[in-house]
Design a protein around this ligand. Structure first.
Ligand code: 13P
Length: 262
């Protein structure tokens, strides 16, 4: 991982944990890291609970001064108005959401999110001062037909259309076949694609952005494989699904720097 970029470990809870379970998990995670004398400065942690948990987690983080950032799993393309069921960026910003996941493969697949919708959501996030965590990745079919990087590169290029140079973003490379399958990409495979994605950021947003933007890997990340990903020069962190809703597992992933053999 790059020398100047602070690693980011992000927990995408997906549709798991109600607000009471959310508070319990965040509290236990904080205790676990404190018990392990974790250096909170050395790695950024963001949790992305369901919308109904956000206020409770925000209140807890604030009251107990827990050094985690809060994020949301989606954002509306609209500012406000007659859009039943949608959540505006302004509401998320008021809840201290610092980041928002955009274009996750589950939203692309189950909610028909196109590259145009993804680009509009990226714009909505930036307008509200929220860092978009832009998810890209190929299906196993894409992989067979086009190789690993063609689809994620094209998705990122479209997501960044209209984004101004210097905007803060995070990129998450999540091969669809690796999500929830227990079959992670190899660190070498992931590095190869993440390097290409960084080149897209540099081409679209400038060399400084290319250097400073964090590129994450996601897909079956566990305590047992996180260190091998973090050794790669263009992988700056992980977007973790299943492993982020188990206290001991997520705590261990966050402490990847202490893993033996790194
Ligand atoms: P898993 O870690 O459960 O494979 O999920 C990855 C993911 O989709 C994170 O956004």
């Amino acid at each position: 991982m790059g020398m100047t970029r602070t690693p980011l470990i992000a927990g995408n809870w997906k549709m798991n944990l109600d607000h009471l379970q959310a508070v319990a998990l965040v509290q236990k995670l904080h205790w676990s890291l404190k018990d392990a004398q974790h250096d909170f400065e050395s790695v950024d942690v963001t949790v992305f609970p369901p919308f109904t948990d956000l206020r409770s987690v925000q209140t807890l983080i604030d009251a107990d001064k827990i050094p985690f950032a809060l994020g949301a799993q989606d954002i509306s393309t609209h500012e406000q108005g007659a859009y039943t069921g949608e959540i505006a960026g302004e509401f998320l910003a008021k809840l201290d959401c610092r980041q928002v996941i955009i274009g996750h493969s589950e939203r692309r697949e189950y909610h028909g999110e196109t590259d145009e919708v993804v680009a509009a959501k990226v714009a909505a996030a930036l307008k509200n001062g929220i860092v978009p965590v832009i998810c890209v990745g190929e299906t196993s079919e894409d992989l067979e037909k086009h190789g690993a990087s063609a689809v994620p590169v094209a998705q990122l290029e479209k997501a960044l259309e209209g984004v101004a140079a210097g905007a803060e973003i995070v990129v998450a490379y999540e091969p669809v076949w690796a999500i929830g399958s227990g079959q992670a990409a190899t660190p070498e495979q992931a590095q190869e694609v993440c390097e290409k994605l960084r080149e897209v950021v540099a081409a679209k947003l400038g060399d400084d952005a290319g250097q400073s933007t964090r590129v994450l890997y996601g897909g079956s990340v566990k305590s047992g494989n996180i260190a091998s990903f973090m050794r790669e020069p263009d992988i700056d962190g992980a977007l973790v699904g299943g492993g982020s809703i188990k206290v001991d597992e997520f705590s261990s992933i966050i402490r990847f720097q202490k893993h033996v053999g790194v």
